[in-house]
Design a protein around this ligand. Structure first.
Ligand code: MG
Length: 161
């Protein structure tokens, strides 16, 4: 019998606003801007949630946690991810690996990469070597290049026994 593998892809974008930190991959990072969002605006975790929901055919993060619902105001994205993981696990899926990309001029990912990998692995309940986080600038082009916000992409591979 062939293996039941599912791939999922997610994208998220948030604008900067006045503030002193951003949340990335469940890690608080000091920055000279904050993130404008209904939740804590963690683009890495939001893209990851969408990738997991996509792989399991469960729609998207907006359907599960609508920004019109006051319940999710200021929500910790780690809680959103935990909820998504419960739904993924309830359908018998396990995460094989996760690959995420932050698109940003700043903050730089490198000093925080290890902590983010550890945190995401812990939230997903998998080994850290199954989680990859990378970053790119957009060579100063577009809204990301002008440092107007942050974007992230995530790909996951799931397996159902
Ligand atoms: Mg978002």
């Amino acid at each position: 019998m062939t293996a039941d593998l599912r791939v999922g892809f997610g994208v998220d974008v948030h604008a900067f606003e006045v503030g002193d930190h951003v949340m990335l991959g469940g890690v608080r990072i000091a920055h000279d801007r904050g993130i404008k969002a209904h939740s804590d605006g963690d683009v890495l975790l939001h893209a990851l949630c969408d990738a997991l929901l996509g792989a399991t055919g469960l729609g998207d993060i907006g359907q599960h946690f609508p920004d019109s619902d006051p319940r999710w105001r200021g929500a910790d994205s780690a809680d959103l991810l935990r909820s998504v993981c419960e739904q993924v696990a309830a359908r018998g899926f396990k995460v094989i690996n996760v690959d995420m990309t932050l698109l940003a001029e700043a903050p730089k990912l490198a000093p925080h990469r290890a902590r983010i990998v550890t945190r995401v692995a812990e939230l997903l309940g998998i080994e850290a070597d199954r989680v990859n986080v990378k970053a790119t600038t957009t060579e100063k082009l577009g809204f990301l290049g002008r440092a107007e916000g942050l974007a992230a992409q995530a790909t996951v591979l799931l397996h159902r026994a």
